[in-house]
Design a protein around this ligand. Structure first.
Ligand code: FE
Length: 348
């Protein structure tokens, strides 16, 4: 998913027109329970979850899909009359931006507090992460030793001059990672790191995370930054060429200050003016349930947020790493700073 972009007006209008139906008929049938879900998650496998929620609760889900910042803009423009009940997305930074825009209300839920570790939820209860994803390194196992990539600091060192592939600086995943580096190291060291990454780039940033992994496979670079689930999908999915790439390209888990790999999240928050607040809380608790976490882990190869939910196959083979305990709210709030730092470093 990408950061906010300038939207062409015709697209905006089409988007608004295309999405207004679901919102308008919210609660249209007398006595029917509904929840209006604004979601930036666009995975087919999530549909089975929504169906199960409706079967178990009788609450119908009106789904409104869009990119994170499109949905945030939409909720802002709808204001107090927004039909939005729950907003879910990947990346803590997007949740933080929605919170900054006043789009959430704090929720106190014993279920959510019990299920979600403190560092994966906003301290005031504005949003909760129910899945985790690590931002780590895919490397050419014939050329790179695991100990050469066991620390984020090493990725910016001279060993990898001209050998690194990474997507652009407007990727929220990169922004959150650099936010975490600023939080851990302070701005000067994080900026020096970003400059080192730019110096190490094998090519100008292009494509998504999977394209970086494929570029390592093609010999364009030796290492690439990627989210864990993209690699797992390529290693275990239906595409034979991608599976072949992952025989040569392995997944390594660098550490930040010896405390573990940077972990981002998928999560959500209850809308400030939710017309169906109780149903929204119920849906958020449903996402946080062990069964839902297992389902998403199986199908989207993210890691469960709850420590009592073991990672299922196939992601279990890539789940034996240490996750950095940093608060997602802390690195999320550093995204604007990360953006300016990366621009200053010449990271396109
Ligand atoms: Fe993604």
């Amino acid at each position: 998913m990408s950061r906010s972009r300038l939207l062409a007006l015709p697209f905006l209008l089409a988007f608004a027109a295309g999405c207004s139906e679901g919102a308008k008929d919210a609660g249209a049938k007398a006595g029917e329970q509904v929840v209006n879900l604004y979601t930036a998650r666009h995975y087919d496998s999530d549909k089975a979850l929504y169906d199960r929620f409706t079967r178990e609760t009788g609450i119908r889900i009106n789904r409104i899909e869009g990119r994170p910042d499109e949905l945030i803009a939409r909720m802002r423009s709808e204001g107090k009359t927004s039909p939005a009940d729950l907003f879910i997305t990947a990346d803590a930074g997007a949740l933080w931006r929605a919170q900054q825009a006043g789009l959430f209300q704090p929720i106190q839920s014993e279920t959510l507090t019990a299920r979600i570790p403190a560092n994966l939820r906003e301290p005031g209860g504005n949003w909760y992460g129910f899945m985790r994803r690590a931002r780590v390194v895919a490397y050419d196992a014939a050329k790179v030793k695991p100990e050469e990539i066991d620390d984020y600091a090493k990725l910016a060192g001279p060993r990898f001059k001209g050998k690194l592939c990474v997507r652009s600086s407007d990727s929220v995943y990169n922004l959150s990672l650099v936010g975490a580096l600023i939080e851990a190291w302070g701005r000067p060291r994080a900026e020096a790191w970003a400059k080192g990454v730019v110096a190490n780039m094998a090519r100008p940033p292009e494509g998504g995370d999977r394209d970086q992994i494929r570029a390592v496979g093609a010999g364009v670079c030796e290492i690439a930054l990627t989210n864990s689930y993209y690699y797992v999908r390529m290693a275990t999915g239906g595409d034979a060429a991608d599976r072949k790439v992952t025989q040569k390209v392995k997944l390594g888990f660098p550490s930040l200050e010896g405390q573990g790999s940077h972990v981002n999240l998928s999560g959500g928050g209850v809308a400030a003016n939710a017309p169906n607040k109780a149903n929204a809380v119920r849906l958020l608790e449903f996402f946080a349930s062990a069964e839902s976490q297992r389902h998403i882990a199986q199908n989207n190869n993210e890691y469960p947020a709850s420590p009592d939910v073991p990672a299922p196959a196939p992601v279990d083979a890539y789940a034996k790493f240490t996750a950095h305990p940093m608060s997602a709210a802390a690195f999320a709030a550093r995204q604007p700073e990360a953006q300016s730092l990366m621009s200053a470093a010449g990271w396109r």
